[in-house]
Design a protein around this ligand. Sequence first.
Ligand code: RIB
Length: 313
Amino acid sequence: MGKVVGPGSAITDVTGYVQRFPVPGQTVQGNRVQFGPGGKGSNQMTAAHRAGADVCLIARRGEDFPGQVLREHYQNEKMSQKYILATPDQSTGMALIEVEQQSGQNRIAVFLGANEVLSREDVRMAEEEFAGAGAVLVQFETGLEPILEAKELARTYGVPLIVNPAPCRDFPPEVFSGVDYVTPNETEAEQYTGVPVRTAEDCEEAARKFFALGVKNVILTLGSRGVFWHDGKKGTTLDALKVPVVDTTGAGDAFNGAFACALSEGLSPDVALKFANCAAALSVTKPGASLSMPYRNEIVAKLKAEYGIEIEK
Ligand code: RIB
């Protein structure tokens, strides 16, 4: 079993399912509203955990009702909360999500609350967790400092570092230097590189811009167009898998968490990508963010069915 460690956001999502997205000024009637565990950091760690890794998320939450939703989630999943630090003077981060039922697409407004005060020291406190890790995984839903500390610890202990630069933030470009894998979606790739990634040539160009910042591998998640991976020598594309789409919230998180899990257990990047592609496809067939993350047995079966690859169950 591999181990995935990193600082990240822990958020409670309020998701409303609507027939069609309202236009500005319009009111539409929703069908269903649901409170659930979310946050890119926590979603990705849940994905890695369900995919088969031992995980350690370093995060902050408030001592309020949304914080309790997260606590219960960690209890139900039997995931450690040792480094999910209660912060009495801050509210738990929250996200307001609309999911359009026709398409499964989502729109998200996020309020970071306690996630904004996660510090470098918080991450350093968990140093021993980095020592035995097989992958360090970070996103951009916290401040910059905890991310820089995680980068430093990954380097100290020689652990591969995956940076999912979501959501797009105005961090200094040095945040990308020495990163083993960067995993933006198409919107983020365009925002960081200035290249709209519509064609294979665009993907190559965007990858070159990331390489110039010191990234070693570029993985672009392109939604229904699949995944583009460049290892510095050549670029390859993996088609998106065809599945019935219910809710796309957290699909990128499923991808990143599963990818980190696979790398941490020593699978090759090529197999890890396919494992992650299967996880992302499975996640969109279920509603919710953390709760839509697939389990290892489902991913392993899909990996065999789609690519003929067999790995340990
Ligand atoms: O990536 C999906 C997540 O983004 C949601 O769970 C929400 O919390 C926002 O952080």
